[in-house]
Design a protein around this ligand. Structure first.
Ligand SMILES: C[S@@+](CC[C@H](N)C(=O)[O-])C[C@H]1O[C@@H](n2cnc3c(N)ncnc32)[C@H](O)[C@@H]1O
Length: 234
């Protein structure tokens, strides 16, 4: 789950990326969805508002990290109409408990955080909470985990007199897992005001692995644009 160290950096570094990529692609995939959507790992709500803007559906935004959830609720609170339509769930994905099955599920930039055993147990849980023919959409990048690589700057943003920078290094990589180190740095000119580190694992299963897991859980693959996979519950 997202660490408190990275929270202040989240929207600064993800808003544009989502703006151009995912927000552009999701609406057409969800064009037939009218009743309900579960968003798994809603984070600070960057995608949640987009789902609300592009569909008339009731939204269940599941986010286990209290810090991310706080930012999500602030975002919803800034738009009164969304407070009526979005229910925020604080459990993790495996503990999902909904009153009735949803029409679609969306999981954007979350799967990399799920350990393989957790992920394998998750698909049947999602299938149990999706209506027949319901849609499961998640972000996807082919090619397995990145190879080890030295520390490099990912991006910098200016906030008043301060510069917020994220750097990352891939420490090791094997099978579908890699261990990455992230540095979250705030500077003013040459002076480092703060620098904090997170080391964690990320997972990038191969396409055949994910296909086998989802078919076993009762899903059939549907069309999706580059960067996303879509599956329908048979
Ligand atoms: C990179 S963020 C993506 C947030 C949002 N989907 C977006 O695209 O802006 C990954 C999110 O997944 C959440 N997450 C991690 N493990 C999870 C789990 N087991 N169940 C549900 N959410 C999880 C994290 O708390 C974090 O908010």
């Amino acid at each position: 789950m997202t660490d408190f160290v990275s929270l202040p950096f989240y929207d600064l570094f993800h808003e544009n990326e989502h703006g151009v990529e995912i927000r552009r692609k999701l609406p057409s995939l969800l064009s037939g969805v009218r009743r309900s959507i579960l968003e798994i790992g809603a984070g600070t709500g960057l995608i949640t508002t987009s789902l609300a803007d592009s569909t008339p559906a009731e939204i269940f935004a599941l986010e286990p990290s209290a810090g991310m959830r706080g930012m999500l609720l602030s975002r919803l609170n800034a738009r009164a109409e969304l407070l009526e339509r979005v229910t925020v769930l604080s459990c993790d994905a495996l503990s999902l408990d909904l009153d009735e099955p949803v029409e679609a599920m969306v999981m954007i930039r979350v799967m990399y955080a799920l350990e393989p055993d957790y992920r394998r147990r998750l698909w049947p849980v999602l299938a149990a909470h999706l209506e027949p023919g319901g849609l499961l959409i998640f972000t996807w990048r082919d090619g397995g985990p990145p190879a080890p690589s030295p520390l490099r700057e990912l991006e910098s943003r200016q906030v008043g007199r301060h510069t917020y920078t994220v750097l990352s290094e891939i420490i090791e990589s094997s099978g579908e897992a890699c261990k990455a180190r992230y540095l979250y740095r705030v500077t003013e000119g040459d002076k480092v005001l703060s620098e904090e580190e997170i080391v964690g694992n990320a997972y990038r299963p191969g396409r055949e692995v994910i296909q086998e897991e989802l078919v076993t859980a009762g899903f059939a693959q549907a069309d999706a644009p580059e960067g996303l996979l879509a599956w329908r519950l048979a």
